[in-house]
Design a protein around this ligand. Structure first.
Ligand code: SAM
Length: 327
């Protein structure tokens, strides 16, 4: 199904219009898999590892009764994580109509593709929309303020223009309460640029992914070009095949500060795994999610190629300035 994206072209927004539509169409067309299909995926252990990273972030920061905003919530893959955290209310927004429909099915606990899930125990509102274009403080005036905002594997889609990147952060900032937390995961630009530098041409990858930059982004040009709109094509077997944008983390950090969002931590996924897999409760969680084999080494069931893809991502936590601090 094609999802329609509406625009109010301003500044350079029209420039990225086609690409934003491509992203929406790509995700909208991806329907839920059966359990068998999922287990047969060449990146099943990577998917489980990513779920573990997101679960750790949720467990670290969510409190019982929290009001949660899930930006680019997709098919609702994190609903169970929020349920376990006993949150009080959930708003999920995604640009892909098909994904929001899947998310609603999951939320209601309806059987999809032979998988029956428990209905989520918190009330929720699910909306189809462009989080990086629309002023969400208006749309969500009755739902705000939020205790936690989460944007998993999706914030980089805002980096096509400065206006969109600003809208993303302005939305988060306007909707979080003072002291509220913004958690997320996105590609690690340092790793991607390092790999591009080491590559022979403008493309690199392995058996499960490839990244290809346009001609205009030879490594030399990076230093001189705008930090927005640095586009590459990302292909991940059985998951992604669409345009994405580099998010230089230092620019992200200072832009976030402009919107009163202070960095609490940023960690590459490898570092994140090494740090949190030392803790027994997270080892158990990893085992329950099926991302660990018998041993407890991080990559024990991930293939080396999947582990390399994990390295392409980072996890971040920001906090909205102002009191009260959480206890
Ligand atoms: N957060 C979900 C998760 O972790 O399972 C989905 C991640 S998926 C890799 C990226 C999601 O970002 C897709 O569902 C896509 O439709 C959504 N997305 C991309 N651009 C968006 C935008 N401008 N506004 C809202 N959602 C967007």
């Amino acid at each position: 199904p094609k999802s329609r994206v509406k625009y109010t072209p301003e500044g350079d927004a029209h420039f990225s219009e086609d690409f934003v539509q491509k992203v929406a169409d790509h995700y909208s067309a991806r329907t839920n898999q059966t359990l068998e299909e999922r287990e047969a995926s060449p990146i099943i252990h990577l998917k489980k590892l990513n779920n573990w990273i997101k679960s750790v972030l949720v467990q670290l920061y969510a409190r019982r009764g929290d009001v949660v905003l899930d930006l680019a919530c997709g098919k609702g893959g994190d609903l169970i994580k929020w349920d376990k955290a006993k949150i009080g209310y959930y708003v999920g927004i995604d640009i892909a109509e098909g994904s929001i429909e899947d998310c609603r099915t999951r939320y209601n606990g309806d059987a999809d593709h032979h998988q029956r899930r428990r209905k989520s125990s918190f009330p929720a509102r699910l909306i189809c929309g462009d989080c990086y274009e629309v002023r969400l403080d208006k749309v969500l005036a009755d739902d705000a303020p939020f205790d936690i905002c989460s944007c998993q594997f999706a914030l980089h889609y805002s980096w096509s223009t400065e206006a969109r990147a600003r809208r993303a952060l302005a939305n988060v900032s306007a909707l979080l309460r003072p002291g509220g937390i913004f958690i997320g995961t996105m590609p690690d630009a340092n790793v991607i640029v390092k790999k591009l530098r080491e590559a022979k041409g403008l493309a690199f990858g392995n058996s499960v992914y490839w990244i290809r930059f346009d001609e205009e982004y030879s490594e030399k040009k990076f230093k001189h070009s705008s930090p927005y709109g640095i586009k590459y094509k990302f292909h991940l077997e059985d998951a992604v095949d669409c345009p994405e944008w580099i998010v230089p983390f230092n620019i992200f950090k200072s832009l976030a500060e402009e919107y009163d969002l202070e960095l609490i931590f940023v960690k590459n996924a490898h570092e994140f795994v090494h740090e949190y897999l030392k803790k027994p409760e997270y080892i158990d969680l990893m085992r329950r999610l099926g991302a660990l084999g018998d041993g407890n080494q991080d990559q024990s069931t991930l293939s080396p190629d999947e582990w390399e893809v994990a390295y392409l991502y980072l996890a971040f936590v920001l906090k909205k300035r102002g009191q009260p601090d959480r206890t």
